[in-house]
Design a protein around this ligand. Structure first.
Ligand code: COA
Length: 160
């Protein structure tokens, strides 16, 4: 694609995505609890898709800023990973993640985990490359971006 012709900014809605998968025997221990590492891998894959969609570039994971497990997921649950862009720097992108599990028979839904993952867009030579800015397309998006910016202002930069 002609990069000059790309839009100057992209909304949160542009790249927001949800991926789901049924938890099977290989995902869980003998008690039927899904391994944390299975959820973490699903999160990294799903959140990377958001960063790839936003930037139109290949990306690498630079940082997992938070990862909180709230409730267990079990064998037979449908686990969904909801991801949205919440902050964009020059070459880096922060993706917010919410993980929910649904027990198909009862339709009971549990909040399983949440996370924030930072990706860096890379060019054909593997070096960081600029990405389109994040522009709010609604008051809700404005709030998400403002909260992420405030959080960033309060925390240390990665190399400090
Ligand atoms: C991420 C990586 C490309 C950054 O390369 P670099 O030469 O250090 O890049 P820079 O110092 O120019 O930083 C580029 C951007 O990444 C951000 N960044 C770099 N390391 C970061 C970290 N650990 N956490 C958060 N952001 C980070 C910088 O803040 C900067 O953001 P900005 O452009 O939006 O201001 C490089 O460290 C790398 O390749 N890491 C390994 C990635 C990988 O293999 N991931 C898979 C997991 S094993």
């Amino acid at each position: 694609m002609d990069r000059e012709a790309e839009p100057s900014g992209r909304s949160i809605a542009y790249s927001r995505s949800t991926t789901s998968r049924l938890m099977d025997l290989l995902d869980s221990n003998r008690q039927g609890n899904v391994h944390g590492g299975v959820i973490m891998r699903m999160v990294d894959e799903a959140a990377a898709i958001v960063a790839i969609k936003h930037s139109g570039r290949q990306v690498v994971t630079a940082r997992v800023d938070r990862f909180d497990f709230w409730k267990p997921a079990y064998l037979g649950d449908v686990v969904s990973i909801e991801c949205w862009m919440e902050y964009v720097g020059r070459t880096s992108m922060e993706v917010g993640v919410k993980v929910v599990a649904e027990e198909p028979a009862s339709r009971e839904v549990r909040d399983v985990a949440s996370s924030r993952v930072i990706y860096v867009a890379i060019d054909e030579t593997g070096h960081p490359t600029p990405v389109p800015p994040l522009v709010a397309a609604s008051p809700d998006e404005e709030q998400i971006i403002a909260a992420a910016r405030a959080r960033r202002d309060q925390t240390e930069t990665p190399r400090e």
